[in-house]
Every structure is written in structure tokens, then in C-alpha cells.
Design a protein around this ligand. Structure first.
Ligand code: ARG
Length: 595
């Protein structure tokens, strides 16, 4: 049993025996005692003051005395108003450490067959351009959430919806046909998604030029846009696509496959993946069918022009278009079809969509619609909504100068990590292969940590230079501390320092602080799962390595002569390294064995 649980259940027993009221131990949540007071754990006694008919201070004293007499983990106590500060028996910390040592996958709970099934959707790109910085935030959040939820004992399915059809991809296809002279990723030496993205940009340039020319002939901007032959051709292509025209379909498939190959390279570098990928081209017809079914059941209505709508005025929203008058589907229709397929494929208990906050309204409506159409999780679907991310002005130019390309950014980060590590002499004496591996780990670690340590709802600026600082709340700082602990452990085993029994050692203040921090980890993981917060894990990892550094600064390890004390410190180092590795793993960051 964890220390918190031990204390909670002891306090529940105390309250029951002192005041005769039954208390659920789960409702008692001991907190770490504030630094200015003596003690390790603090329990609030306010909930029982009324039943006890005594002043809070007196209630605290009675419970404290009961605990000292009956619970071996409690050595002494003091009260400050309704706060009962408990000093934990030093030898008890020793047991806590041993329990951590002996717990495989410490901090995580393995799911079982009966565990709830949670589906997490992230990335969900369109296929007309490569991934950008916003996708990076999305993908890292989603993939970390999936890991955290799994560590909390859920069964998790990672999914992705690729918006692979529509006018946007037709624009890329048309530009490729007209202006790219048959270029392929092989002949152009470009990653497939970048090549298709270049086509999209080229379409836009030609379209703008066309509009400009038409305006010079006297049209207004709207007239010019409507008259653009290029746009008309793109629309015609979409029509042909919907009709199943073999030539258009073949080109579409070819270009989408280039994009998927490109995306896969990016995903691999990010270290993320999916269990099941859905494609809009395969779900939008199901969406249409579901909408027509809803229409038949009278849940939706049809206008004279034949378009199908949902009346959401009862929910305080407006009317939402679901099928156009020509029968074509909209973005929402596709999401309904995708939901249906997912529900058919998996017994989903909870569905989480990781999508930017510019789509808050879309998901509010989707939730109402799915509920209305009979999906049991529709009402409770979670839109994990995150804010925008930008670079500090002028820091890094992207390919088109507007969006920041994800592949470019990852490469810049890895190069930056190499430079900084070189300057600090951290790579001296290593082979080129080792250097490359460390640069990759540190560069991506810096990027991921910086994006995940903050509140996801907030807009943010990604600052490459700050993210790669080896001091401060950064990925590299944590990675570096990890490597240092590993090096201590390596030297201990090289020196043949045998493990001695440390059960009689009373840990000192620094050691206790570190053990207590370690003992918090399982609760932090659970809380991160409840709050969908990778940031909690990130900041925990930072606090943990800071605590370790204080311990390391004050207590010698390898030079400690007392074998039992030394063993306790080695055990503490090992438990810290393992916990750092697990925590960083939950936010998708690798930790290097040396650096
Ligand atoms: N592809 C869409 C976009 O780029 C995002 C899709 C989000 N997921 C969803 N189920 N609608 O804006």
C-alpha cells in the first residue's frame, strides 16, 4: 500500500474510533506538508469538526495522538488550525523505498480485459500539405495522452482520421498535372508530402495570378475568383473524383500514397504511431447514410432545396447543414460516418478528439449530433482542445515563410542539440554514431518537453533556444540528470560495490525528501490521466530531478564508507532513474544512458 493510502486508512480508523463516524479512506487525500512546517504529510481535519464538537486544533490533536499510538508509520505530529501535520517514522521511509524498488513498472497500472476502452484521435491531417508546428503540438499531446491513459489502467486505441478527399487535394493534383512535369518524390528528391505541398502552393500562386489578371480587366475580386478557370477545373476534378473517374482516382491514389510515405517518416522520427487509421474517403458515405437515417427518424429536417439540416436551437445553438442541396457532404458529415465506423470496430467507452481550439464549435455540435443519432458516448465525447503555437518572430524561416514545417523544425532542433552539446563538451570522445544518436534524443527531447510542459489550452511560443538550455525546466536538463545517475550506477557496478541490506538505515532529511517525491509518482500519473495533463508528468519529472540533485549535492554515494548507507543511496538513485525514465516515456521522450 502506498504511504498516502496507509495514512488515509489509518486516519479513517482514527475518526471512526474517536467520533463513531464512518469515513471512506478514498475521501482523505494527504498532501505534502508545506516547507515552513515540520512534518511530511498533512491531513485536513475540518470535515470531522462538526461531529466531534471540538475546535479544529483539538480534533487534530486527538487524531494525531491516536495515530502515534496505533499507526507505526506516524512518529509524531503538530497541528496548525485544522491542519494535522504528520512526521513519518524514518524507518518507514526505508520500507517505502524498498517497495518502490520491488515494484515493476512503478507508477503505472496495467490494463485488464475489463478495463474501459478509450480511443484517442490525434494528428488527423489533410493530405494536401506536410505536417507543421501545430500538428507537432497535436501529435505530441495526443500520443502522450494515450500513453498516460494506458498507464492509468485503460485499454487505449490510438487513431487518426485522414481528410484525404475534397477540393484541397484536387488543387494539388491539378497543379501537379499542369506545372510539375511528372515529378515524383524519386525524381525530385523531395519527401512525398513536401512535393504534394509544393503543388498546393503552386496552385495557389497560379490562382492568385489569374485573379489579379482578371481584376486588371475590370472584374471585382469576387467576380474574378468566381470566374477563375483554374478553380473551375479543380471543382470539375472533385466532381470526377466523386463519380469515381478512374484516371482522377488513380492520380489521387498515387499522390496520397506519396503523402502517406512522407507522413510515416515524420511520425517515425517523432516516435509516434497509430493502432487504426481512418480515411475520410472511406467514411463520408457512411456519414451520409447516417444523416439520411436521422432524417427518416425525424431527428433532422430537409429544406425545399433538398439540403439536410439539424435544428440545434433547443440546445442554444443554430441550425447546422449536414448535406448540401446537391447531396454532397460537409466536414461534419464525415465525422458522423467516422464515428459510426469506430463504434462498429471497437466497444468504445470514451472517445477523445485532440483537435485545436478553433474547432470548439464543431465538436460541441458533433457531440449533440452523435448523441441525437444514438451513439452512447456521443454526449460525453471529449474534445481535448489546445491552443496555437508559434515561433518567436523571425527565429526560424519555414519553407514558404508562413507555416513552420515539422520536418524542418525537427532537423533544426537536432542540429541545435549537437552544437550546444559540443560547446559544453558533452560529446567529447564519442563516435560519430553515438553523437548522432545523442543529438537526436536531446533535440527531440527539447522540442517535446517544451511543447508538453505547459497548459495545452493556452497559446504558446515555442522558443528553440530556451528549449535546449541544459539548465532549467527543459528536456535536456532532465535527460542530462538521468544520464548522470546512470553513470553513478555504472561506476558502482564496475567497482563491484555489492548491495547490502539497508533496512536498518534511518534516511536523512535529503533522502526522505527524495523518497517522498518518488512516492508521489503513482498519484501524479493518476491525476494526469484524470485531468488529461501531460504537463503534470513533465513538471513532476523536473521536480524529481531537482530533488535528486539536492540529494546528490549533499550526500556522497560512491565514496560513502558505510555499505548499508551506500546501498540505500544507490537504491535511491536507481529508483529515481527508473521513475524519470517512466515519466519521460509517458511524454514520449527518450533518456540517454550517457551524455
Ligand atoms: N483534418 C482536419 C483539419 O486539418 C482536422 C480533423 C480533426 N478531427 C476530426 N475528427 N474532425 O482541420
Amino acid at each position: 500500500m502506498s504511504l498516502d493510502k496507509t495514512i488515509a486508512s489509518a486516519v479513517a480508523k482514527a475518526v471512526e474510533s474517536l467520533y463513531g463516524i464512518a469515513v471512506d479512506p478514498a475521501s482523505i487525500v494527504p498532501q505534502a506538508t508545506r516547507k515552513e512546517f515540520e512534518g511530511n504529510l498533512t491531513v485536513m481535519v475540518f470535515p470531522w469538526v462538526k461531529a466531534a464538537r471540538k475546535a479544529p486544533e483539538a480534533v487534530g490533536a486527538e487524531i494525531g495522538n491516536w495515530l502515534v499510538a496505533n499507526e507505526p508509520a506516524v512518529a509524531s505530529f503538530n497541528t496548525v488550525k485544522g491542519f494535522l501535520n504528520l512526521v513519518i517514522t524514518p524507518s518507514y521511509w526505508n520500507c517505502v523505498l524498498r517497495t518502490i524498488e520491488e515494484t515493476p513498472a512503478y507508477g503505472t497500472v496495467a490494463p485488464t480485459e475489463e478495463s474501459p476502452l478509450v480511443m484517442v484521435e490525434y494528428s488527423s491531417p489533410n493530405t494536401n500539405k506536410p505536417l507543421h508546428l501545430g500538428h507537432l503540438r497535436n501529435i505530441l499531446l495526443g500520443s502522450s495522452l494515450a500513453k498516460i491513459l494506458e498507464a492509468c489502467g485503460n485499454r487505449v486505441v490510438k487513431t487518426n482520421i485522414v481528410n484525404d478527399r475534397g477540393i484541397h487535394i484536387c488543387k494539388s493534383m491539378l497543379a501537379w498535372k499542369k506545372y510539375f512535369d511528372g515529378a515524383t518524390p524519386e525524381t525530385s528528391g523531395k519527401k512525398g508530402d513536401h512535393l504534394v505541398g509544393d503543388c498546393y502552393v503552386s496552385f495557389d500562386q497560379h490562382f492568385k495570378a489569374e485573379v489579379k489578371a482578371l481584376m486588371e480587366q475590370g472584374m471585382t475580386e469576387d467576380e474574378a475568383k468566381a470566374a477563375s478557370p483554374l478553380m473551375a477545373e479543380a471543382r470539375e476534378m472533385l466532381r470526377l473524383w466523386e463519380e469515381g473517374d478512374p484516371e482522377v482516382r488513380a492520380l489521387w491514389e498515387k499522390m496520397n500514397n506519396w503523402v502517406y510515405e512522407g507522413f510515416d517518416v515524420s511520425y517515425r522520427r517523432m516516435g509516434v504511431g497509430f493502432d487504426k487509421i481512418y480515411y475520410e474517403s472511406q467514411t463520408y458515405l457512411d456519414g451520409k447514410a447516417k444523416v439520411l437515417e436521422g432524417l427518416e427518424k425525424g431527428l433532422l429536417y430537409k429544406k425545399e432545396d433538398g439540403s439536410v439540416w439539424a435544428d440545434l436551437t433547443n440546445e442554444g445553438l443554430d441550425h447546422k447543414l449536414l448535406l448540401r442541396s446537391d447531396g454532397t457532404s460537409v466536414y461534419m458529415t464525415q465525422d458522423i460516418g467516422t464515428a459510426k465506423q469506430r463504434f462498429d470496430d471497437y466497444p468504445i467507452d470514451r472517445m477523445i478528439y485532440v483537435v485545436g481550439n478553433e474547432q470548439n464549435y464543431h465538436f460541441q455540435v458533433l457531440s449533440i449530433l452523435l448523441d441525437r443519432l444514438g451513439f452512447k458516448w456521443g454526449k460525453d465525447l471529449v474534445h481535448f482542445s489546445y491552443g496555437m503555437v508559434e515561433l518567436p518572430e523571425g527565429k526560424m524561416k519555414s519553407r514558404e515563410g508562413t507555416v513552420v514545417d515539422a520536418d524542418d523544425l525537427m532537423s533544426e532542433m537536432v542540429n541545435g542539440a549537437r552544437e550546444v552539446s559540443m560547446e559544453l563538451g558533452k560529446l567529447d570522445g564519442l563516435t560519430e554514431a553515438e553523437i548522432a544518436e545523442i543529438a537526436e534524443t536531446v533535440g527531440l527531447g527539447a522540442l517535446k518537453y517544451f511543447l508538453l510542459k505547459v497548459d495545452p489550452r493556452k497559446n504558446m511560443t515555442f522558443n528553440p533556444r530556451e528549449s535546449i538550455d541544459f539548465n532549467g525546466n527543459t528536456g535536456p536538463f532532465i535527460q542530462y540528470t538521468y544520464a548522470r545517475i546512470r553513470s553513478v550506477l555504472r561506476r558502482a557496478s564496475e567497482a563491484g560495490l555489492d548491495k547490502a541490506d539497508y533496512s536498518a538505515v534511518e534516511p536523512n532529511e535529503k533522502e526522505i525528501a527524495l523518497i517522498q517525491r518518488l512516492s508521489d509518482f503513482p498519484d501524479v500519473v493518476q491525476e494526469a490521466g484524470r485531468n488529461y495533463s501531460p504537463a503534470l508528468i513533465a513538471n513532476y519529472a523536473y521536480d524529481l530531478v531537482k530533488e535528486y540533485n539536492q540529494f546528490y549535492h549533499d550526500c556522497s554515494i560512491l565514496r560513502e564508507e558505510d555499505a548499508a548507507v551506500r546501498s540505500l543511496r544507490l537504491a535511491l538513485s536507481d529508483a529515481t532513474a527508473r521513475t524519470v525514465k517512466t515519466a519521460m516515456g509517458l511524454i514520449g521522450i527518450n533518456v540517454p544512458e550517457r551524455m
